[in-house]
Design a protein around this ligand. Sequence first.
Ligand SMILES: C[S@@+](CC[C@H](N)C(=O)[O-])C[C@H]1O[C@@H](n2cnc3c(N)ncnc32)[C@H](O)[C@@H]1O
Length: 267
Amino acid sequence: MSGGYNVQLMKRALNDCLPSIYADPALYDLVHAEGTDDEVWLLTHLAKQHGCGIKTALEPACGTGRYLAGLLRRGWTVAGYDLSSGMLEFTRRRLAGWGKRVKLARGGMAAYRPSRRFGLIFNVLSTFRHLMSEREALTHLKLMAGALEPEGIFVLGLDLSIYGQDEPDEEVWECRQGGRKAKHVVMSIPAEPGTRRERIINFVTTPKGKRETVLESSYDLRSYSAAELSELIGKSPLRIEAVYGYDGRPAILDGPERALWLVLKTR
Ligand SMILES: C[S@@+](CC[C@H](N)C(=O)[O-])C[C@H]1O[C@@H](n2cnc3c(N)ncnc32)[C@H](O)[C@@H]1O
């Protein structure tokens, strides 16, 4: 890869103690835009199938608010929170026209206690795996359970591990949005049995005049086998109502499909 690193962005991310890919919300949004509408549709579909009919949604670690924007267009009232001040600033600007139907706050997944209840809460894209200990993960599940309307649903989307079988992986995709383009390479180094740490390495390359800028970002995510996830949920006030693949097809927790959306409800 040619070009220089964006040192400013790296410094900003370090200040927030977050991976540097989160320090450029517009770039994050560009590389994740594809498929967002389909996922928003799937969230609303799951809420219809399994939920309580109340069109209020909360997204912990909401990032750039891309899902919240889609839900607002579909008539929902939304709330989101995130640790990153840069992400929140971007989301505030993006959702500024929606007035009282949006509430945003700065907060951590293992600390922020919503002051009201929601028909739908969702935490997808393995974001939950940023919580690096069992205690933090369980705290998040408890906080979310406490913020669900009766019969409301919590959609938890994450990739599962099979220790000893997972191979290092690399995905490459080109993204375009509103005149901007980027190439995104994501590599993952599987968790060793016992470490509970999967290494993610991102390179986002964007053209800058005749040169290219490369944003490199490496971080660990906590890994979960099907059994580890099931055990964690068993310790929480939540139960598994249904399991789907990312494509919306019914799946099972310890089946062949590893990228799952779990529909959770309070017991
Ligand atoms: C993979 S992005 C997901 C953003 C958004 N949910 C989406 O799917 O596009 C992860 C987000 O989690 C935020 N984040 C990471 N750790 C967090 C924590 N402990 N509490 C709250 N937000 C966190 C980051 O700032 C970033 O916006």
